[in-house]
Design a protein around this ligand. Structure first.
Ligand SMILES: Nc1ncnc2c1ncn2[C@@H]1O[C@H](COP(=O)(O)OP(=O)(O)OP(=O)(O)O)[C@@H](O)[C@H]1O
Ligand SMILES: [Mg+2]
Length: 325
């Protein structure tokens, strides 16, 4: 369990996502008509309790970022409710939403593209204070310096530009920017995915420490199960826009064990298929027919097997030529 100073099983959720739906229109042709939809988020529900870290995992493109962005109204949802501290954020007017934004922040996946290269770091970190107003220049400077020091950045760095920093330091800048308004809730969208493994644990530990110190609640998005297990209390597994499973880290490990055993089985089967393919290929070479694609299909099936099985925890196996779930 992650450090969880104020979470109680019975606590009212800080955030409740109910039946969230977001489709993106795909346009094509000369009139740019809508030709189809990507069902990025297709009816997701979950609660996040105060002080908790709720992990959201799933393969690339399954809709994790879209969930995070819909919660913060950075993109508008199509259907569903996002209840933060008892109020649906989609029913707030602009002024009310601005006030709520102070309490809900985001740390982005890519510390390179998410920081404006033309702005000195102190300004990047302090931007929220300017937007929300009510602070004198001196107060802003003081809060920025304090926040930077809290995430492990020296105050004198504030006049430097993002390109002068390493990946890990840049992510610290991103964290300071999210922290500067002392929010209650932060969407951490793959905050360590772009970093070296050696730096990842430093940043994860920093996030854990900050959570304890400031009583933060996190929605922690990742595709790496090990990272999510390390930091999260409960985990939701997304698959193709839906919540495939909700579990504690222990349960997810069990699922993984089963999947690894299954993977071993499939690997053996694939080896056998390789042999078969070689044999077929040799036979085919002596016959007046084209390619024999057995191996190719098996590889694709294994990939599907691994991703579906791993993401959903359902039992997936190869049956003859087809994939059975
Ligand atoms: N602005 C957009 N316009 C059109 N399609 C989009 C847009 N944003 C996301 N999508 C599509 O919605 C789906 C979900 O994307 P999303 O970024 O939420 O996935 P993700 O789980 O965060 O993936 P990753 O692990 O790669 O970050 C993808 O198919 C993506 O291509
Ligand atoms: Mg994403």
């Amino acid at each position: 369990m992650a450090a969880n100073p104020i979470s109680l099983e019975a606590a009212e959720p800080l955030l409740s996502v109910q039946g969230l739906v977001k489709y993106f229109a795909l346009r094509g042709g000369f009139l740019q008509r809508t030709t189809n939809y990507v069902k990025a988020v297709d009816g997701i529900s979950f609660d996040v309790r105060p002080g908790e870290t709720f992990g959201l995992v799933g393969e690339s493109g399954c809709g994790k970022t879209t969930v995070g962005r819909c919660i913060l109204r950075l993109v508008a949802r199509d259907e569903g409710k996002v209840i933060f501290e008892g109020r649906d954020v989609y029913e707030l007017n602009n002024r009310e939403m601005t006030a709520v934004r102070k309490d809900m922040q985001i740390i982005f996946q890519d510390p390179y593209s998410s920081l404006d290269p033309r702005m000195p770091v102190g300004e990047i970190v302090g931007e929220g204070l300017v937007v929300h107003g009510g602070y004198s220049a001196n107060e802003r400077e003081e809060i920025v310096r304090e926040t930077m020091s809290r995430v492990g950045l020296r105050g004198q760095y504030s006049r430097r530009y993002p390109h002068e920093f390493s990946g890990g330091q840049r992510q610290r800048i991103g964290i300071a920017r999210a922290l500067v308004l002392r929010p209650k809730f932060i969407v951490c969208d793959e905050p360590v995915s772009a970093l070296d493994v050696s730096i990842q644990s430093q940043i994860l530990n920093l996030l854990k420490d900050l959570q304890g110190e400031f009583g933060l609640t996190y929605l922690f998005i990742a595709h790496n199960l090990a990272v999510v297990r390390y930091i999260s209390g409960r985990i939701g597994v997304m698959y193709l826009g839906k919540m495939a499973e909700m579990a504690t880290p222990g349960r997810i490990i069990q699922v993984r064990k089963i999947m690894e055993q299954k993977a071993e089985y499939v690997r053996r089967e694939a080896e056998r298929a390789e042999e078969t393919r070689d044999m077929l290929a040799k036979t085919a070479a002596s016959l007046p027919v084209g390619r024999v694609g057995v191996g190719e299909d098996v590889a694709r099936q294994i990939f599907a097997f691994m991703t579906i099985g791993f993401a959903t925890g359902s039992i997936v196996y190869l049956d003859g030529g087809g994939l059975v779930t």
